[in-house]
Design a protein around this ligand. Sequence first.
Ligand code: 5GP
Ligand code: MG
Length: 178
Amino acid sequence: MYLPENLELLYTPDQIQQKVIELAEQISIDYVNKELHLVGVLKGSFIFLADLARALRGQIYVHFLHASSYASTQSTGKVEIRHGLRLKNKHVLLVEDILDTGLTSSQIIKDIQMQHPASMKVCTFLSKRGTRQVSVETDYVGYTIDNHFVVGYGMDMNEKYRELSYIAYLKDAPSDND
Ligand code: 5GP
Ligand code: MG
């Protein structure tokens, strides 16, 4: 496993896969006999969603929307959402890579709610502790982490590191804990 010098390992591929299986087990139970519409938030959730989708049982549909609020390693607070989804009367599960300020997800949730889905829940692989500017109700959370800027498993820094099969944090990124 190649780990660049500026990165510190946080979760190994095995730890990630084990958590995905756990999440998928719970979600499969909760949505038994229901058609589930996964809505992934691009680009960060593309790998998590792909793993989750393959671990779920039952009928699922996959959608993506595009949201961006980050410039480099800091949230800009301005959220841009792009999609053409029709989710009226559907069971929707929003799939996020990571929750930080909560600004992106809360905006997306409002957006989806306006379409009157049959139900709407939120699944995030990572959740940062102590960083929310708005509260977001999360139904499925993989790991809760300290306030580090993380990369890998779909998550980037200026479009780099998305392909890493592990999750790492940047040793020298600005962080409130430093
Ligand atoms: P929020 O709106 O909750 O502050 O941030 C939501 C989005 O910002 C996440 O879905 C993710 O795409 C990006 N983000 C937040 N924290 C991190 C992080 O530590 N690393 C990376 N690569 N992206 C992050
Ligand atoms: Mg994201």
